[in-house]
Design a protein around this ligand. Sequence first.
Ligand SMILES: [Zn+2]
Length: 248
Amino acid sequence: MAQRGVGINTAIKSAMDVGIEQFVVPGVSPENWPVVAQLAKQFPPVHCTFGIHPLFIDSHSIDALPELEVRIEDSLLHSHGCIAIGECGLDFYQGRENEKLQFMVLEAQLKMAQRFELPVLLHVRKAHNELIQILKRHPLPKGGVLHGFSGSYEQGMEFIKCGLWLGIGGTITYPRANKTRMAVSRLPLERLLLETDAPDMPLNGYQGTVNEPKFLNEVLSTLITLRSETEQTIAQKLRNNTYNALQI
Ligand SMILES: [Zn+2]
């Protein structure tokens, strides 16, 4: 949830009006960490995380790692501190020019997750199998969330075996996302949770608009049509999964 589109106050209020209780706002770059930390201080239902997102990696990212470590350590001493490390991960959607750098920055953040015993928020595009291999080398004490899951049942199960929950977002609202919809209908319910990735990933029918957290219930409605469990079981389980995964 970033600050594009409606103001943050409005986005939080309209989501709370439809029953959403808490929010996770991931930090993606050194410039962005103080912004999300301030949001978490200002709005008690908001939790922040700190990380270096693969799309924000540049020549300064290696130098930023010690700063990230200090920021996390310091934040854990205070209330409204960070609840996870991320977003971090791999993104080869636009090419692999900086793949070495992406691997290094990700591995450093996974080590921090081990050291601080924090969950991770993982982002991946065009690198599912490579991410699985890296996760096998860096076992995570608190697991984490693979956000915006889109993939096959087998890939989903591999991530779950690495201790992750799968973040299910607007992708499943698109009928053409057949592989992901089929996977999500069969993957274990106790390892799924809901997300919007607002302001990104608009739902089907809202293309070209700014996504908002209030649309979480529409992701839930779609998930209910794909699963065999009752609506109540799904809603309750997913809520608990979120709290377990992120320990909020
Ligand atoms: Zn992401």
